[in-house]
Design a protein around this ligand. Structure first.
Ligand code: ATP
Length: 697
């Protein structure tokens, strides 16, 4: 086909140019008939793009005087060079990667992945990268935030009251940017690192609903650096981890069992972090100092690095259990959290009431605990722990040494005494189908599925100290009704120390009052080690007479190696002497000998010498206009007056705290209103009503 004639027919305006171009093609370096030759090959007649290219081709040749062939050739050469370079680069890179680079892979199923991503998100170079993934950064309730950043407006209801408005807080919270999928590079401590973020699909035969097989996405970070040693990468990961926990130092991480599907994977998948709360200072838990000292010392000794060997040499399982019992709202949970905070341990909370929790799960949860941690089993009396009674074997179980079996034996004995219960234990030949159905229902199954629900006592005991159970943890069980607990559950070895909590005494009421209105403690991270006096409540002067300008009464407690406490008060001066106590407290994994002040220069054998120091010169900051600020002496005075109006042992610390919280800026008002509140509360308790009159709140 003649290209020129085609152009002339279709584009008359350009025809002249084309013919001119054709004539002058030799001048411009275009070989005659080149276009004619190329046009059928390139599908020129039908492709508008090719037409456009041809027009540009001619224009370049004619107007600019540049030979288009050169341009085409140059583009081709550049393209080929680029391809060659990419090929060479990938060959050299894969060779270098294989022989001259060290690599470490991190999977998103591991905590290190999150440490690394958080660190990467904070790197300015990474944030400026062109390839990023945006994520919604969630903030915990306890994370510090700039109030003005989140509050969009203050809405005034009637011109007097001002309410905060957080309606746009989610919109104002900036997203977090992390490196997108693909290759990235960054520098750390003068070293060049490559980072590859990739995703892989894994086939999991049991992951889906009802155990249906399905594909799961798994993310992997591959960190590489030049050199044959992975040491720099290890340092980088360690650094990222440290940075991550820097933020958590003064926090207690709370974990609960993961969902049923995740629990199946076991180990670190069994638990999920549900909260990251500020450490609860031990001083904020109002409890008898002697009880505090006993439990702190016991736990400290148990957590000591030398203890496992001591236990192993004597063949004793390395476990420690505490039972906190007392009325609701008396501080059992608070003390558990404070203890976890003191020793820098994470807290693992298990609810035995969780309907999805099977005995197998419980066993798995206990076996996947970390080396040192606090396990909290709350309100075990409400968990409905029951023995699995087997009518067929009940008569033969009484002679076993095993706790559970022997307890079952005891049950039988009890049943014999109780005619009501004994009715269930008919001899086998008297059994009817209806009896069988009733027994199946009693055992927890529906009779149709035969699946047993809930945790039985033996299931819990197995998890706590069965052969597969993890050693090294501290187990804390809390209950309101210790008398209802099975003996097997609280026998020594399972419960080593019991701590009784009671309703507030007058002294404790005063302590709560002072804590509520004392100036805020803005101290940051707790020290890595501490002396016991750091955790005891500041001593208050004697309760009566409260009108006296109470002078500070320093006192100290000493304990001997057996834990016997001796009051060594009567010291003349506080802090006149310092001596190094051989008693060490641990926080996290750091151990330091601590220095405690001792007014009595006791000889070395006593491992623990403690002195309470008083705060007599407390300064109250003017934070808020509506806040009543009181000098320290007046605060103590009002606190004593307040306590005198509280009948001892009637109200839980939680109830007192609730009353004070509603007047948290106005101690004088609290004092004025406490009598009405006490009268109302007592009436309410006597009438056993749960509803409170407004005046009483
Ligand atoms: N002894 C205490 N010292 C300081 N605060 C306390 C004390 N007891 C209770 N509180 C306060 O009361 C609230 C409830 O306390 P906590 O949950 O520790 O009680 P509990 O004994 O575990 O109650 P429950 O038996 O109902 O679980 C908390 O806010 C806590 O600060």
């Amino acid at each position: 086909m003649d290209f020129n004639s085609l152009i002339r027919g279709t584009l008359p305006t350009f025809a002249a140019n084309i013919s001119h171009d054709a004539n002058s093609s030799a001048e411009n370096g275009l070989p005659d008939g080149l276009l004619d030759t190329l046009s059928p090959l390139l599908g020129f007649q039908f492709n508008p793009l090719m037409r456009l290219l041809m027009i540009l081709y001619n224009l370049t040749g004619n107007r600019l005087g540049i030979d288009p062939t050169y341009i085409l050739t140059s583009v081709g050469v550049l393209w080929a060079a680029n391809k060659l370079w990419a090929q060479l680069y990938s060959t050299f890179y894969s060779l270098a990667w294989q022989y001259f680079m060290a690599n470490v892979e991190v999977s998103n199923s591991d905590d290190i992945y999150f440490h690394m991503m958080k660190w990467l998100a904070a790197q300015p170079k990474m944030v400026d990268s062109r390839s990023l993934t945006a994520e919604t950064a969630s903030r915990g309730a306890w994370e510090e935030e700039d109030e003005s950043e989140l509050m969009t407006s203050r809405v005034s209801a009637d011109g007097s009251d001002v309410f905060l408005n957080f309606s746009h807080q989610e919109a104002k919270a900036p997203p977090r940017f992390t490196p997108a999928m693909g290759m990235h590079s960054f520098w750390f401590r003068g070293r060049y690192f490559k980072l590859q973020r990739k995703q892989e699909a894994l086939f999991d035969p049991t992951a889906g609903a009802q155990g249906m097989p399905q594909f799961k996405d798994k993310e992997i970070l591959v960190l590489s650096c030049f050199g044959r040693s992975p040491e720099p990468i290890k340092q980088l990961l360690q650094h990222a981890k440290e940075q991550y926990y820097l933020d958590h130092q003064a926090k207690t991480i709370v974990r609960r069992p993961s969902g049923q599907a995740m629990r199946r994977y076991g180990h670190r998948h069994s638990w999920q972090q549900v909260a990251n709360r500020p450490v609860r200072p031990m001083q904020t838990v109002v409890l008898d100092d002697e009880q505090k000292i006993r439990i702190l010392s016991d736990m400290n000794e148990y957590l000591h690095p030398a203890t496992p060997r001591w236990y192993a040499n004597r063949g004793i399982p390395l476990r420690r259990g505490y039972l906190f019992h007392g009325p609701p709202g008396t501080g059992k949970t608070s003390l558990s959290f404070a203890l976890a905070g003191v020793f820098g341990l994470d807290i693992y909370v298990i609810s035995l009431l969780d309907p999805t929790l099977t005995e197998e799960d419980l066993l798995g949860l206990f076996t996947s605990l970390p080396r040192r941690c606090v396990v909290l089993l709350e309100d075990i009396d409400t968990a409905g722990l029951k023995r699995v009674e087997d009518p067929a074997s009940s008569s033969s179980s009484s002679s076993s040494d095993d706790d559970k079996n022997s307890e079952e034996g005891q049950d039988d004995t009890k049943d014999k005494k109780s005619p009501k219960k004994a009715k269930h234990h008919k001899s086998k030949k008297d059994w009817k189908v209806s009896d069988l159905a009733r027994e199946l229902k009693r055992a927890g199954g529906n009779g149709d599925s035969g699946e047993k629900k809930g945790i039985s006592l033996s299931g819990l005991l197995n998890a706590i100290d069965g052969v597969a159970s993890h050693e090294g943890r501290v187990l804390i069980m809390t209950t309101n009704k210790p008398q209802t607990l099975d003996e097997a559950l609280i026998r020594p070895g399972r419960v080593d120390l019991q701590v009784a909590f009671t309703n507030a005494t007058q002294q404790q009421a005063r302590e709560l009052f002072v804590r509520m209105y004392e100036p805020e403690n803005t101290a940051d991270a707790p020290p890595s080690s501490f002396s016991l006096s750091d955790h005891l409540s500041s001593p208050l002067p004697p309760l009566t007479p409260f009108s006296e300008a109470a002078p500070p009464t320093p006192f100290s407690l000493s304990s001997d190696r057996d834990g016997n406490m001796t009051d060594v008060s009567g010291a003349t001066e506080v802090g006149d002497d310092e001596e190094t106590s051989p008693f060490k407290f641990l926080s996290g994994t750091t151990t330091t000998t601590t220095t405690t002040t001792s007014p009595n220069k006791k000889p070395a054998p006593a491992p623990l010498n403690l002195t309470h120091t008083t705060h007599t010169t407390t300064k109250f900051p003017m934070e808020d206009e509506s806040r009543q600020t009181l000098p320290a002496t007046e605060l103590l005075h009002i606190a004593a007056q307040f306590a005198a109006k509280i009948p001892g042992g009637q109200f839980s610390p939680a109830e007192l705290q609730g009353f004070l919280l509603k007047r948290k800026k106005t101690p004088r008002r609290a004092l004025e209103e406490v009598e009405v509140w006490v009268a109302g509360m007592l009436a309410q308790k006597a009438g056993k009503t749960r509803v409170l009159a407004l005046a009483v709140q």
